[in-house]
Design a protein around this ligand. Structure first.
Ligand code: ATP
Ligand SMILES: Nc1nc2c(ncn2[C@@H]2O[C@H](COP(=O)(O)O)[C@@H](O)[C@H]2O)c(=O)[nH]1
Length: 198
């Protein structure tokens, strides 16, 4: 069988992408695999190297990009992030649906490749709610928080442009948003489940 289509989850920092994708990975074990990005930011409490991100230095990351090892990379809130070819290939090799959690720069870059993912934007109900969620998460310095909110404003505008995303999900009530995400992916999920049984 041709491998399942990957899924790009994008949207403002704090919109709930990681929360939703963790739910998917838990409910559909053996169906989805996470493309572990590289980043130069420091790990947050509870994050694991190799699971949440590959935490690397700027020098290492730049050298890897220069060697052509990345599908896309971006600078977000002062740190480098990128999707390596190896991270996506590792998920594809297992015939799982590969999920990429990437920012808008990454979305634009992936659109120039032959990855052909389903593009999903996760949006917050409002800027005020987004700011509250980010503050309550307690992971950002004031400077980082402001950079993320500035980027969010741009992201929320771009997500309204037709043709960029296949579906835009507003993450107000978490269960409702998760239901919509599953609905959007059900065809691909069924294909992988069928393949797992055969
Ligand atoms: N529907 C929701 N209602 C209330 N809180 C939520 C909801 N969805 C997510 N959250 C909370 O909002 C915070 C931000 O969510 P999350 O970390 O999943 O965002 P994110 O989009 O992955 O952010 P980043 O891009 O910075 O990684 C978390 O503390 C999470 O528990
Ligand atoms: N272009 C890319 N963006 C990425 C990648 N991995 C994560 N991200 C995005 O960065 C921000 C911030 O993430 P955080 O974990 O520091 O809160 C968020 O919007 C992610 O979607 C990547 O490989 N490429």
């Amino acid at each position: 069988m041709a491998g399942p289509r990957p899924v790009v989850l994008s949207g403002p920092s704090g919109a709930g992408k990681s929360t939703l994708l963790k739910n998917l990975l838990k409910e559909y074990e053996g169906v989805f695999g996470f493309s572990v990005s590289h980043t130069t930011r420091s790990p947050r409490p509870g994050e694991e190297n190799g699971k949440d991100y590959h935490y690397v230095t700027r020098e290492y990351m730049q050298a890897s990009i220069d060697k052509g090892e990345f599908i896309e990379s971006a600078v977000f809130s002062g740190n480098m992030y990128g999707t390596s070819k190896a991270s996506v290939q590792a998920v594809k090799d297992k015939n799982l649906i590969c999920i990429l959690d990437i920012d808008m720069q990454g979305v634009r870059a992936v659109k120039t490749t032959d990855l052909n993912p389903i593009y999903i934007s996760i949006q917050p109900p409002s800027m005020n709610i987004l700011e509250k969620r980010l503050r309550d998460r307690n992971t950002e310095s004031e400077e980082s928080l402001q950079k993320r909110l500035d980027a969010a404003q741009v992201d929320m505008e771009i997500s309204k442009e037709p043709g960029i995303f296949d579906i835009v999900i507003v993450n107000d009530n978490l269960d409702d948003a998760y239901g919509k995400l599953k609905d959007a992916l059900i065809e691909e999920i069924k294909k992988v489940q069928k393949n797992n049984l055969s």
